[in-house]
Design a protein around this ligand. Structure first.
Ligand SMILES: [Zn+2]
Length: 98
């Protein structure tokens, strides 16, 4: 089935919103690597590994952020067929005509 088209109230992009996992993979990897390297200093390495584990879990279970594929703003996409969506569509069309 087709998903309803949406419009971004920030940049006017029309289309589907994008779902994004929270946090970043590079942060997650850095924590794991740092933790493993610092295992030579027992309490510190262990603590960072525990933190890395929680960070990985957080990324796994936290609800995905819904973002605009163009401007990456969170929760900025609204349904096109709503009154607000229609108004925005008109506004962004007017801007393009200038
Ligand atoms: Zn946008």
């Amino acid at each position: 089935m087709f998903e309803k088209e949406k419009i971004c109230k920030n940049c006017g992009r029309v289309g589907k919103e994008k779902k994004q996992v929270r946090g970043t993979l590079s942060m997650e990897l850095s924590l794991w690597i740092l933790g493993l390297i610092l295992l030579i200093i027992p309490p510190l390495g262990g603590l960072i590994l525990i933190f890395a584990l929680f960070y990985s879990l957080y990324r796994l279970v936290a609800p995905k952020a819904v973002i605009c594929p163009s401007c990456k703003l969170e929760n900025s996409m609204i349904p096109m067929d709503s009154p607000m969506g229609q108004k925005l569509l008109q506004e962004f069309k007017d801007k393009q005509d200038d």
